[in-house]
Design a protein around this ligand. Structure first.
Ligand code: ZN
Length: 416
């Protein structure tokens, strides 16, 4: 694959930064749209394009050559460490060689502090700690982004959803008095099957941060995995190792890092009631057909894990304007039973919080679920995750046809 011919065009109030892609099977143009007023943040390097296409290239085993400049630090980290982590997570990927006309040590000197913002619990937890808290001013957020890099789906309908959702978060950003940068892209054309959004989200969002590294010096990514559940190994969720892998996407100009690993989902949810802006704007719903109002359907899993946490904390009424609480009341018992039996980290945290607060769980389901967890804990796999060797900068550790170890099972974090 060859990445070349970076171009910037301006039309009305929108800048398009595009790159030519020569590949055996990928589209021939990668582009980003950024509002023209933020063009002073956009860097002249190829770093963003490299991150955007790295995983699609790894999926195909296509080496990458960039006819332009990339960060020497980024190149080194991708070649030495980052690809190793990624193919341990997604073993179908292959390590690829990366070359460029220039490996640059340029530091753009930007001092902006950036985070993505969706209006969800992870986003508001970041705001709690890096906007509302009394911390040194140079650590405080200066910019938010709202990206279309695949989280809204892959179709033209998804782009409509992106614009609708942007209007919602833009209204919140105005209340926060923070600029929010709307970044559109055609990433969906590059990420097919085997590269689902949850498996690739961090690097997609980091690509946008690197696009803006002329003015942005820090990029913090809200991470949903507490420290004691982080791991490097096969997973459907790239966030399982954000705190380890994201710093490897830093450059001479931009420091990328994960935040929020200090907290469980319950602890993040309990940060919200002290922020009045969340009472009417919290957006956790994953029901794609629900456009509101209210913002949240009250009936999907994500809505229910949030609402049951708030109910246990005695804060449910604070959120009556942004959740459909009638829908919640119809389904809450079903979800409470489901969460009691689930082995997922978020469910176990929620149930433990309920036990701590003496929540009135349905007694028979509660007793049966305790027996299930007791028995399953006896047989819990405590083996370390298998590791593969690597060949450092000098390519390519996973050859075509290499079989995965049968013990290398897909792992979602479970509570110890
Ligand atoms: Zn919902």
């Amino acid at each position: 694959m060859i990445i070349s011919n970076r171009q910037v065009t301006l039309e009305n109030d929108l800048a398009t930064i595009s790159f030519n892609i020569e590949s055996e099977s990928l589209p021939n143009k990668l582009w980003f749209n950024v509002p023209a007023e933020y063009m002073d943040l956009v860097a002249d390097s190829y770093d963003a394009a490299l991150l955007a296409v790295l995983l699609p290239a790894m999926k195909r085993g296509e080496d990458i050559h960039i006819e332009g400049a990339i960060s020497g630090k980024l190149w080194h980290n991708l070649m030495l460490s980052y690809q190793l982590i990624v193919y341990q997570m997604l073993p179908a990927l292959k390590k690829v060689n990366i070359t460029a006309s220039t490996l640059s040590d340029k530091n753009y000197g930007g001092s902006g502090v950036l985070a993505g913002f969706s209006g969800g619990i992870d986003s508001y937890s970041v705001l709690h700690d890096y906007h509302f808290e009394d911390i040194p001013s140079h650590l405080k957020l200066t910019h938010l982004t709202f990206n279309n890099v695949g989280s809204h789906g892959k179709t033209k309908e998804a782009e409509k959803l992106f614009h609708i959702r942007y209007e919602r978060v833009n209204a919140i950003a105005k209340q926060l008095d923070l600029p929010i940068i709307k970044v559109n892209s055609n990433f969906f054309e590059f990420y097919g099957s085997g590269l689902r959004f949850n498996s690739t989200d961090t690097i997609r969002n980091a690509a946008v941060a690197l696009l803006l590294q002329n003015g942005i010096g820090s990029f913090m990514c809200a991470s949903s995995y507490p420290y004691d559940t982080l791991f490097v190994g096969k997973s459907k969720f790239m966030a399982c190792c954000d705190a380890i892998s994201l710093p490897l996407l830093s450059t001479e100009s931009l420091e990328a890092f994960a935040v929020g690993n200090e907290y469980t989902r319950v602890e993040k949810t309990l940060q919200l009631p002290s922020l009045p802006i969340t009472h009417s704007t919290l957006d956790v719903c994953t029901e794609i057909k629900h456009l509101g109002p209210p913002i949240n359907c009250g009936a999907c899993r994500k809505c229910n894990i949030t609402l049951i946490t708030l109910e246990i904390a005695g804060k449910l009424d604070d959120y009556s304007s942004c959740f459909d609480l009638k829908a919640y009341k119809k389904v809450r018992k079903k979800y409470i039973r489901q969460f009691l039996f689930e082995r997922r980290t978020t469910s176990i945290e929620l149930v433990n919080f309920g036990i701590q607060e003496k929540f009135n769980f349905p007694p028979i389901s509660f007793a049966l679920s305790r027996v299930k967890h007791f028995i399953m804990d006896l047989f819990k796999d405590r083996r370390l995750i298998p590791r593969r060797g690597d060949e450092g900068l000098h390519i390519r550790p996973q050859r075509d046809g290499q079989k995965e170890s049968s013990s290398d099972t897909e792992k979602e974090p479970v509570m110890a």
